[in-house]
Design a protein around this ligand. Structure first.
Ligand code: SF4
Length: 250
């Protein structure tokens, strides 16, 4: 199907307007052919682009986020901002309190600084297990990941079968640049996390994210004490720790 550029998006640079039309066309295809589908939103600038694209056309795609219990208030404030702008209630999943308590009691609240294993265990409890609940019964999930973001994402596909969770996975912004994301947000007056104005370029949990300086990788501020090739939280990796990828048809 030929992607159609609508009159609002025609004001965007030509290349971006075409990407927006392609995004809208893909969302329509997902809603029609892969329902129930859901966007896993970390409330990042990328996820806000996809959120706006979904809600401005009311595509039948659910949006959820994971409140790990360690988020910045500025990040969670976006749940209310989305509610106000789009009259939509983002679904919020939280970790199992008992698992959190056990981790904190045995290892300490901030034990993730001590080793990659303890960091991954914390992510498993606070992110991966809630994600499994969020994806249960779904036929497809979407993310706002982009290839440019880090060395772990250079081969990211727009569509693949996620063998770990057993459903289709879509990364509709895989080929978008960071500049294109900002141009879209500003052109459409989409709300975004105020921390980006303080030097953050990728935002996760508060104790595991920090601002980056010019020249650093977008995700350099995430788990900055670890090597670049271990910097995924488990939401997007298989048992080998690598990004999940398989069949490509988009
Ligand atoms: S990002 Fe940090 S605080 Fe958040 S779940 Fe992972 S290790 Fe825990």
């Amino acid at each position: 199907m030929q992607a159609q550029i609508n009159t609002v998006d025609a004001a965007l640079p030509a290349g971006l307007a075409l990407k927006v039309a392609t995004l809208q066309s893909l969302l329509a295809r997902i809603a029609a052919g892969h329902s129930p589908a859901t966007l896993a939103s970390s409330l990042s600038i990328e996820d806000m682009v996809v959120t706006d694209a979904i809600l401005s056309r009311r595509h039948a795609i659910e949006i959820f986020t994971l409140d790990t219990g360690r988020m910045h208030a500025d990040t969670l404030a976006l749940v209310d901002a989305i509610g106000q702008k789009y009259d939509y209630a983002v679904k919020v999943y939280r970790p199992e309190p008992r698992a959190v308590t056990q981790y904190v009691t045995v290892h300490g609240r901030d034990a993730f600084y001590e080793s990659v294993d303890l960091r991954k265990r914390c992510c498993e409890i606070r992110k991966v297990e809630p994600l499994k609940r969020a994806l249960a019964g779904k036929r497809a999930w979407l993310t706002g990941m982009r290839r440019e973001q880090s060395t772990t994402r250079t081969e990211l596909e727009v569509q693949s079968f996620d063998a770990v969770y057993g459903l289709e996975k879509f990364n509709p912004l895989a080929d978008w640049s960071e500049d294109e994301v900002w141009t879209y947000l500003r052109a459409r007056n989409v709300p975004y996390n105020a921390l980006y104005d303080q030097g953050y370029r990728s935002i996760g949990c508060a104790p595991c994210s920090r601002p980056v300086v010019t020249g650093e990788d977008v995700r350099a501020g995430r788990w900055w004490w670890e090597q670049p090739d271990s910097k995924e939280c488990g939401l997007h990796v298989g048992p080998d720790g690598k990004l999940v990828r398989s069949k490509v048809d988009a």
